[in-house]
Design a protein around this ligand. Structure first.
Ligand code: PBG
Length: 327
């Protein structure tokens, strides 16, 4: 080998043209792995753009149907729906708006689409937290929040969601939702847990989309989301959620947490999803719009990195553009 190296090529033989490079790829990304997030907002008369999420909109119920139809034509069939109700409250939330949107999508597109639905309270609460604020306003209650979340999960499943995906990070919500689904005989509804969801600054643009920035005296979500410096918490929480009945585990955000994706892949035999979040999307989009980066190649490279770390499923705002290019 040493002599060979001195004379000429060794490893470069397998890099010399696109054909041999294609043949030797170990990681192949497919648009089949991707889920496209979508937002539908109650009480707006026209679809709205979202700061930081160029190309994605806050849809009205009517424009949502049109956008999904376009996405289906582009080859996207899997969605993660976020319903944003017009009325905010402190407790006893009303989940009818999102449930009605799920039912409308299923009625319109039937078996052509697969819908997972985000289950959280942050778009419902007047203060923007993912759970119920205590009477004193000093903490987010766990038990009462879980009861509401379980009610939401059941309502969305009954409306026809293929999968419900709790993103709130309360303890015990997976078990509570699974129990409700079982009681209702909904044993084919999937549960995708945001099991390793970190307390991240990369959710910024999303909060413009979903009315969900925290506005109380508790300024952030650090008391319920996972500390970026505690990967063991992510693994413990994922183990717990798998035992409580999650079908799919998730790591979120994606790019800065690929070590956690790899660890989860090695430890669990359930499918692993990553959420390529709004802030990650906005970084690439902004650079591309400025002409500083080749978006198409950068997105592909990023998707390869998720697959290399062991993710099976990728939730990404790039899904529709990626699918359109794959045709
Ligand atoms: C709601 C929720 C958030 C995201 C998904 N579900 C925001 C948050 O926890 O603050 C973030 C998604 C994104 O940034 O794309 N709890």
């Amino acid at each position: 080998m040493a002599q060979n190296t001195r004379r000429g090529m060794t490893y470069r033989r397998l890099r010399q043209n696109p054909w041999i490079r294609e043949l030797t790829e170990e990681i192949r990304v497919s648009q089949k792995q991707l889920i496209q997030p979508a937002f539908v907002v109650e009480g707006i008369s026209k679809r709205e753009t979202i700061a930081g999420l160029t190309g994605v909109h806050r849809e009205t119920p009517e424009s949502l149907l049109k956008q999904i139809e376009k996405d289906l034509e582009a080859g996207v069939h899997k969605f993660l729906l976020f319903g944003v109700p017009g009325k905010k409250a402190e407790k006893n939330f009303n989940f009818d708006f999102t449930a009605s949107q799920i039912a409308a999508l299923k009625k319109e597109f039937g078996k052509d689409i697969w819908i997972s639905v985000d289950v959280c309270l942050c778009s419902h609460t007047s203060h923007g937290h993912c759970g119920i604020l205590s009477h004193e306003g000093d903490h987010i209650e766990n038990g009462s929040s879980v009861e509401e979340l379980a009610r939401a999960g059941l309502a969305y499943a009954q409306a026809g969601a293929d999968c419900v995906a709790p993103s709130d990070m309360m303890d015990g919500r997976i078990g509570a939702i699974r129990e409700k689904l079982d009681q209702a005989g909904l044993d084919s509804t999937l549960l995708m847990s945001y099991s390793a969801k970190f307390h991240s600054k990369f959710y910024g643009p999303f909060r413009n989309a979903a009315d969900s920035a925290p506005k109380s005296s508790i300024k952030d979500r650090a008391s319920y989301q996972i500390d970026p410096a505690r990967p063991s918490d992510a693994l413990l929480s994922s183990l717990r959620d798998s035992e409580e009945g999650a079908d799919i585990l998730m790591v979120k955000p994606a790019l800065a947490y690929l070590d956690v994706v790899r660890a989860a892949r090695d430890r669990f035999d359930l499918p692993i999803a990553v959420y390529n979040v709004s802030g990650e999307y906005s970084m690439i989009k902004a650079a591309a719009l400025n002409g500083w980066i080749d978006e198409e190649r950068a997105v592909h490279e990023m998707l390869v990195s998720f697959a290399r770390a062991g993710a099976n499923i990728v939730i990404t705002y790039f899904a529709k553009e990626y699918a359109a290019r794959s045709r």
